[in-house]
Write a protein that binds this ligand. Structure first.
Ligand SMILES: [Zn+2]
Length: 308
C-alpha cells in the first residue's frame, strides 16, 4: 500500500478485508487490542427471554468514560481529522468526502470507522446519501451503526459511522426468528424498544427513513433527535432500527462504590452486546440491572408508536 489514503479498485468488501489484514500485520496497537478482545470474557444476561451479551473490554475505558462536553472537545485534538490520525492508519477514500478506517479499539470483530474527511458535526441528515450508498455496498458482510452526538458517539464533533461483522449482530436473531411486516413498525419483542423499517430495496428504506426522521425531528428541540441507528441486511430484506434516547448515560454510571456500573450505551450495546471496561462491574450486572439501564436510556413502545 503505497498511498496512505487510496481509492478502492475492486469490490469494496474485498478492499476492506485486505485493509484489515494489512493493518493487523503492520500496526502493533491494533494487533494487541485484537488479541485482548479475543481473550476478553463475555457472559450472557437474560432480559425478557432475550440473551444479551455482556463483554469485558478494559481497553475501551477511555472511550466509555470520555468527557464529551464542548469544553473538553475544544481543548483536545480531534482524533478523526486526517492530520491527527495515527501514522499507521491507512484509509479507503469513499464518495470523495469520506474515509473508511480500521478502528484500533475494536469492540467487535472487523470493526471499522467511516468518517468525513472534513471536520463536520455529528449529524446524520447531511450524510444520508453516503449512509445508504455505503450500506448497499457492504451489507453482505457488515452491519452499520450511527450514534448521535449525545447517544454514545465518542467523537461527537466529527461526523462518523461504524461498521462491524454482521455475524456479531445479536439483535438480528429476533428478526430472523419472528415475522415482521414490511414497512415501518415498532418492535417491542426485543427488550430494547425501537422503530424498525423493513424494505426490499435501498431506495425504499432511505425514503421511509427520511419520512420517519422528519416526523420525529418535529417533536424534539435539538438539532437532531437523540438517536442510535443500526442497519443490516437479512434474508433479502434491508432493515433500519432506530432507537430514541431519553438519556445519554444511566444513573449507575454516576454512582460511587458498590452501585457504580460503567456502561454507557451506544448502538453496539443496543444491538445486543453491552460493554463494560471494569471487571467488578462486569460481575455485578444482572438481568434486573440491565433492564433498568435500558428503561432509563431509551423511550418505550408507547412513545415510539406516536410516530407511526
Ligand atoms: Zn475532526
Amino acid at each position: 500500500m503505497k498511498n496512505r489514503f487510496f481509492h478502492p479498485k475492486k469490490n469494496l468488501i474485498e478492499e476492506l478485508n485486505n485493509l484489515f489484514e494489512f493493518e493487523k500485520k503492520k500496526w502493533n496497537l491494533l494487533r494487541e487490542n485484537l488479541e485482548a478482545l479475543k481473550k476478553s470474557p463475555s457472559r450472557e444476561i437474560e432480559v425478557k427471554n432475550f440473551k444479551f451479551k455482556l463483554s469485558l473490554n478494559e481497553r475501551r475505558k477511555k472511550n466509555i468514560t470520555k468527557d464529551i462536553s464542548q469544553k473538553s472537545l475544544s481543548k483536545n485534538k480531534c482524533v478523526l481529522c486526517p492530520q491527527n490520525l495515527p501514522e499507521e492508519e491507512k484509509g479507503i477514500i469513499f464518495l470523495k468526502d469520506y474515509l473508511l478506517l480500521v478502528n484500533p479499539y475494536p469492540i467487535l470483530n472487523h470493526h471499522f470507522v467511516a468518517s468525513s474527511i472534513k471536520h463536520k458535526p455529528q449529524l446524520i441528515l447531511p450524510h444520508t446519501k453516503f449512509l445508504f450508498t455505503l450500506f448497499e455496498k457492504i451489507s453482505k458482510k457488515f452491519f452499520l451503526i450511527y450514534n448521535g452526538p449525545k447517544c454514545g458517539a465518542s467523537q461527537p464533533d466529527h461526523f462518523h459511522l461504524q461498521f462491524c461483522d454482521i455475524k456479531e449482530l445479536e439483535v438480528s436473531k429476533i428478526y430472523s426468528r419472528e415475522k415482521f411486516k414490511e414497512g415501518i413498525g415498532v418492535n417491542s419483542i426485543y427488550p430494547i424498544p425501537h422503530i424498525y423499517i423493513k424494505c426490499k430495496s435501498i431506495e425504499e428504506i432511505m425514503e421511509d427513513f427520511l419520512k420517519i426522521f422528519k416526523k420525529i425531528s418535529n417533536s424534539f428541540r435539538e438539532e437532531e433527535p437523540p438517536l442510535n441507528l443500526i442497519l443490516f441486511e437479512l434474508k433479502g430484506h434491508f432493515y433500519l432500527l432506530l432507537f430514541l434516547r431519553k438519556k445519554h448515560r444511566p444513573s449507575f454510571f454516576y454512582e460511587e462504590g458498590d452501585k457504580k456500573i460503567l456502561i454507557s450505551p451506544g448502538a453496539i450495546d443496543l444491538s445486543g452486546t453491552f460493554i463494560t471496561p471494569d471487571e467488578k462491574h462486569f460481575k455485578r450486572v444482572n438481568g434486573e440491572i440491565l433492564e433498568e439501564i435500558i428503561s432509563q436510556v431509551v423511550y418505550e413502545k408507547k412513545f415510539l408508536e406516536k410516530f407511526l
